[in-house]
Write a protein that binds this ligand. Structure first.
Ligand SMILES: NC(=O)c1ccc[n+]([C@@H]2O[C@H](COP(=O)([O-])OP(=O)(O)OC[C@H]3O[C@@H](n4cnc5c(N)ncnc54)[C@H](OP(=O)(O)O)[C@@H]3O)[C@@H](O)[C@H]2O)c1
Length: 339
């Protein structure tokens, strides 16, 4: 048995887009809190590089005997979370999956189910801020598909496993959603594409459905909790582009928050309040968050949704449209009302 496979863990976390940026920082923090981490990355090489880097960091910490390598300090999601590890499962796993079209999301979900017998934490982090309109294999604009439809479809495809594990789902959102202009007819195919606004609009479409998932899962007694968080304005590769706007962005990013600081607002929604007591200094769930669901946080402050997301009818229509576009079979009479 390899030593990284031997140590016990109490929870498994899947982090989409975990190979760099905020996803990598979140994955690292969860790992060091005693959680087993499975990265979802679209590029096998970049994914493996990140997986190996996390694994090496975790092994080094184990060797120093610091941090919580037993997993005892990290409780997450699952009241049903296991007290011990599964020796066959690597402590840091990788699923190669592209979330930019429906077939890719379906294949990714199948691979996640294979890799994760239990799934206590799901972090929807993968996202793009495209400079130009590009359509995917389904004829849909790529940011609309990746930022909005992928988490919607993953939530459906993984629902049963999430429920068995009484999971916590965290949607990495963006405060820029307030700049959205959602056009249900034109946004899906990017007919209203704008190099800045499309990002905000697709993040808004996605955020609009978080409260609906929360209500649906609560009403069905699944035990799954879902919350969304804007992690701050963080220095990552997001939105990097050529041209004058790219240069401007590059200059501005020098003053943005370092990526490590983006992880705690995300991980605190995934871990129980007492988690990480042994894994100080940074990882622990926020007090009072254990039962939270359907909420939106600006970094660590709960914030009511502003227009256009105060419109519950818009959210319902987005849900119906997302179900149609992803081929999710849902009883229309069961479409959830807002929280
Ligand atoms: N940075 C900020 O200031 C900020 C603020 C608010 C919210 N956010 C949100 O935070 C999340 C992470 O952003 P970031 O700043 O860390 O950006 P980033 O550095 O550009 O990382 C984005 C991640 O998503 C992955 N990804 C993109 N498209 C994918 C696809 N089709 N399938 C699978 N993975 C895909 C990327 O993979 P590759 O390496 O293969 O490209 C990368 O791992 C996003 O949801 C973003 O909207 C960021």
């Amino acid at each position: 048995m390899r030593d990284n496979e031997a140590a016990a863990f109490t929870a498994t976390a899947v982090v989409t887009g975990g190979n760099r940026g905020i996803g990598l920082a979140v994955a690292s923090q969860l790992l060091h809190a005693g959680v087993r981490v499975v990265l979802v990355a679209r590029d096998p090489g970049r994914g493996e590089q990140a997986r190996a880097r996390l694994d090496a960091g975790w092994r080094a910490q184990s060797a120093r005997g610091t941090g919580d390598t037993s997993g005892a300090g990290a409780r997450a999601g699952g009241d049903g979370a296991r007290a011990g590890g599964d020796a066959e499962l690597p402590r840091v796993g990788l699923v190669v999956g592209d979330l930019s079209d429906v077939a890719g999301v379906r294949a990714t979900a199948a691979a996640v189910l294979d890799a994760c017998p239990t799934l206590e934490i799901l972090i929807h982090n993968a996202g793009i801020w495209p400079a130009a309109r590009t359509l995917n294999a389904d004829g849909l604009e790529q940011a609309f598909a990746t930022n909005h439809l992928a988490p919607f479809l993953l939530n459906h495809l993984l629902q049963e496993r999430l429920a068995t594990s009484r999971a916590r789902v965290v949607q990495v959102s963006a405060g820029l959603y307030v700049k959205a202009r959602i056009d249900l007819d034109r946004t899906p195919r990017g007919e209203d594409f704008h190099p800045i606004r499309t990002y905000a609009t697709t993040k808004a479409c996605n955020l609009a459905l978080v409260a609906l998932f929360a209500r649906r899962w609560q009403d069905a007694g699944t035990g799954i909790r879902i919350n969304a968080v804007h992690p701050g304005v963080i220095r990552t590769g997001l939105g990097d582009r050529r041209g004058p706007l790219g240069l401007l962005l590059k200059a501005a990013k020098r003053f943005w928050t370092p990526v490590e600081q983006a992880a705690p607002p995300v991980t605190r929604l995934a871990l129980d309040a007492e988690a990480g007591a042994d894994a100080a200094p940074v990882v622990s769930g926020g007090p009072g968050l254990d039962a939270a669901t359907g909420r939106y946080f600006e970094i660590d402050r709960e914030t009511p949704l502003a227009p256009p997301l105060d419109d519950t009818e818009l959210a319902r229509r987005l849900w119906v449209q997302a179900a149609e576009l992803t081929g999710v079979r849902d009883d229309p009479s069961a479409y959830p009302a807002a929280m």
